[in-house]
Design a binder for this molecule. Structure first.
Ligand SMILES: *Cc1c(COP(=O)(O)O)cnc(C)c1O
Length: 461
């Protein structure tokens, strides 16, 4: 027997319940993707083998969370599970007040309505689709103030989620602090490839914002993963616990919107957390209109319980190491094979660089959309476009936004797939890469008005 070169690493859990997967043939997949208008969002999940569309709500809950589901206190008002969730949010994130919402965008809707008046600006470290749309629907204009490195897929800056303080300051000078509703800080930045913001930068943003009486609203959806990167990459944090890092990170913000469907290991749920009592009062009033009473916000008691328990589990170092380690494993294997991906490897996903993958396709031929379809055809793996289709149109000119990054996201649900699934994924990407020159791109034949990437339909050119 050959000696092992290194000690193996394995998932820090064992499997108690299994969900069988469907295996399909190439012929079947050709039919399914055509029926789906070459949009992976429109495929039926039963026709998908390895589902890397998103890590949103696709996590595997633990036995402890499932046990908590049985303790759901399904009262209309004042559910025990609400108080448990409130306590956990205070303890781990450090905010004073909690308004539960059905998911992240419910919280974005509330905060955008409360703090944005028509004509105001909302800077942010790159946009997120639903966040920006809520800001725009409230009459605000989003302004990207992320560092330039974030728009360069090749740049290996360790904190590509950082805010360019000069960009933020010039905006304040240009429009006036009173025209800035708040600054949104994504931690980590999903659209930049799951890239973290550093503690140092977060602190500096908070200082500059406070000096100008501008509120900082954190998109804390992936803040635990951000805390992990700070521990691994930022000087002075190596020995601190994830919990302490998370709390410090949040302390540099006034409020947070949260999608529990990511970090918090649940299938549904979210919240708005706040420190300012007046804003909380308004949110508590408004949540009744859009979500439900302020002690359930569109969630069942059992969902709040699962999320409360998820907060504790998500903060475990072993869990974060395995979760981010899995993504890193796939990324490193792809890099070894010479596949163009966004660097450094982010927290929740691998982003294939479709512009480099298909240099012969112009952006209007939707290279990333094409690549996602090709991957499905090859192996039944479902990925997501994050390029020109996701970017949408400029509401004034009606033209596409042309994002610098034209990416396909392979997103890893937490605790769902094994290393063998990861190997199959790597091999499939490699196969599609080998055949890249034969591909001709797509034409959009149906375009919805909002968040078009969800429902747009395409045809091969
Ligand atoms: C998913 C996500 C949201 C939106 O949350 P939903 O629960 O899908 O409504 C907001 N911000 C980030 C960074 C996200 O990843």
């Amino acid at each position: 027997m050959a000696k092992f070169e290194r000690r193996s690493w394995a998932e820090p859990f064992k499997i108690k319940t299994v969900e069988p997967l469907t295996m399909t043939s190439r012929e079947q997949r050709e039919r399914y993707i055509k029926e789906a208008g070459y949009n992976t969002f429109l495929l039926r999940s039963r026709d998908v083998y390895i589902d890397l569309l998103t890590d949103s709500g696709t996590n595997a809950m633990s036995d402890n969370q499932w046990a908590g589901m049985m303790l759901g206190d399904e009262a209309y008002a004042g559910s025990e599970n609400f108080y448990h969730l409130e306590k956990m949010v205070q303890e781990y994130y450090g905010y004073k007040y909690l308004v539960p919402t059905h998911q992240g965008r419910g919280a974005e809707n509330l905060i955008s309505h409360i703090l944005i008046k028509p004509g105001m600006y909302v800077p942010g470290n790159m946009y997120f689709t639903t966040t920006r749309l809520h800001q725009e629907l409230a009459g605000g204009t989003f302004v990207d103030v992320i560092i330039d490195e974030a728009h360069d897929a090749e740049n290996t800056h360790p904190f590509k989620g950082n805010v360019d303080l000069n960009k933020f300051e010039s905006l304040i000078k240009k429009v006036g602090a009173d025209k800035i509703a708040y600054i949104t800080i994504g931690a980590t930045v999903n659209m930049a490839g799951g890239q973290p913001i550093s503690m140092e930068n977060m602190k500096a943003v908070h200082e500059l914002a406070s000096k100008n009486k501008i509120k900082v609203v954190m998109d804390a959806t992936r803040a635990m993963e951000n805390a992990f990167f700070i521990k691994k990459r930022e000087k002075g944090y190596e020995k601190k616990s994830i919990q302490d890092i998370l709390k410090e990170l949040c302390s540099y913000s006034d409020a947070a919107t949260m999608s529990g469907k990511k970090d918090l290991l649940v299938n549904i749920g979210g919240f708005l957390a706040l420190n300012d009592f007046e804003v909380f009062e308004e949110a508590r009033n408004m949540v009744v209109v859009y979500e439900g009473l302020h002690t359930y916000g569109g969630l069942a008691g059992r969902d709040m319980e699962a999320m409360a328990r998820g907060i504790e589990e998500a903060c475990h170092l072993d869990h974060l190491q395995a979760r981010i380690g899995q993504v890193e494993y796939v990324g490193n294997r792809l890099l070894e094979l010479g596949i163009p991906i966004v660097k450094p490897i982010g927290g929740h996903a691998i982003f294939l660089d479709a512009k480099q993958f298909y240099p012969h396709l112009e952006q209007t031929k939707f290279p990333a959309q094409t690549l996602a379809a090709e991957l499905y055809l090859d192996s039944g793996i479902r990925a997501m476009e994050r390029g020109i289709v996701s970017a949408g149109r400029n509401k004034e000119t009606g033209d596409h936004y042309y994002p610098k990054l034209e990416l396909v996201r392979l997103t890893f649900p937490r605790r769902v797939y094994t290393q063998a699934h990861c190997d199959v994924t790597v091999e499939s990407v490699y196969e599609v890469f080998q055949n890249r020159e034969k591909v001709k791109g797509l034409k959009m034949i149906y375009e919805p008005k909002y968040l078009r990437f969800f429902q747009a339909r395409f045809e091969p050119l």
